[in-house]
Design a protein around this ligand. Structure first.
Ligand SMILES: N#Cc1ccc(Nc2nc(N)cc(-n3ccc(CO)n3)n2)cc1
Length: 287
């Protein structure tokens, strides 16, 4: 399914943090093409040894991303297995995950945020056309390749990362902790993961982007998070009614009623042309 990379061709540099069951490092890989040595900077994503039994699912996520290529999907160079170590080798994306970028208090404009939302919607539309479910859409898995500079009018560029270990392999608590990104129907039966679930997660991700990377339901314990779904609650609506409408359409408890990707893109396009964007050219930093 994908390229096997020799462990000896990889070099680890600084640690860059961790995801669920994984650790990420900056690194480099060395290839030899027609006698020439090429060194490429990469992101090394290691599956925690304690979860090595999830290696199939970990690599399934990698192969999902390497089966298809799209400008807003992360490029996975391949995988490397060395003893108990399972490593996914990814293109290094310059500015890392969007949740941390937004938390660092960059004041970005409304049009910057809409641009990012539209790029994510086009990646989702592409996956839908290929009948591929991602299963873990959130700003932690949205990578910023280009910052974009609103004053210069250059726009940001994002890439959707791999979904990581499948939600079907995760314990109930890990799934509960993913409220409100995980669709309600997935809680009942994780194997229910469908494209409709990605639309729910898209709604929660757009909510994050417009709330400067503040996690929705931050600090809520698992009991309160479960009750959020049991009482069919919605996230606090944005003052921008049309945006709030799009988010609540995506976060519709009945999966069949969620909008198509085409409709999501159409609604984002009309938001981009609305006068709200001009009025809120650069949001005051709210932190
Ligand atoms: N400071 C800093 C800094 C950190 C990371 C990158 N680059 C990068 N490249 C990738 N291919 C994937 C990721 N990820 C980050 C979280 C996840 C979870 O999915 N991935 N980060 C660049 C700068």
């Amino acid at each position: 399914q994908f390229h096997m990379i020799k462990y000896k061709d990889l070099k680890w540099e600084e640690s860059l943090g961790q995801g669920s069951f994984t650790r990420i490092f900056k690194g480099s890989k060395t290839d030899v093409h027609d006698g020439e040595k090429h060194v490429t900077e990469v992101l090394l994503k290691e599956l925690d040894v304690v979860h090595k039994n999830c290696w199939e699912s970990f690599f399934e996520a990698a192969s999902l991303m390497s089966q298809i290529s799209h400008k807003h999907l992360l490029l996975v160079y391949g995988v490397s297995v060395h003893g108990v170590k399972n490593i996914m080798v990814q293109e290094f994306v310059k500015y890392g995950a969007l949740d941390l970028y937004l938390k660092r208090g960059r004041s970005v404009s409304v049009s910057w945020k809409l641009d990012v939302a539209k790029q994510l919607a086009s990646a989702l539309n592409f996956l839908e056309e290929k009948n591929i479910v991602h299963g873990n859409i959130c700003t932690k898995n949205l990578l910023l390749a280009r910052e974009g500079d609103t004053s210069q009018g250059s726009s940001p560029f994002v890439k959707l990362s791999d979904p990581g270990v499948s939600v079907t392999m995760l314990g109930k608590d890990v799934i509960l902790d993913r409220i409100p990104w995980v669709a309600p129907e997935v809680l009942e039966a994780p194997e229910n993961l469908t494209m409709e679930c990605d639309k729910w997660s898209f709604g929660a991700t757009v909510w994050e982007i417009f709330n400067n990377g503040n996690a929705p339901l931050r600090g809520w314990d698992l009991k309160r998070k479960r009750q959020f779904y049991e009482s069919f609650q919605q996230l606090p609506p944005s003052q921008w009614t049309e945006l709030a409408d799009l988010i609540s359409q995506c976060m519709e408890y009945q999966s069949a009623f969620r909008p198509s990707c085409r409709s999501i893109i159409r609604q984002l396009n009309s938001l981009i042309t609305s006068d709200y964007v001009i009025l809120h050219a650069t949001e005051p930093v709210t932190q």
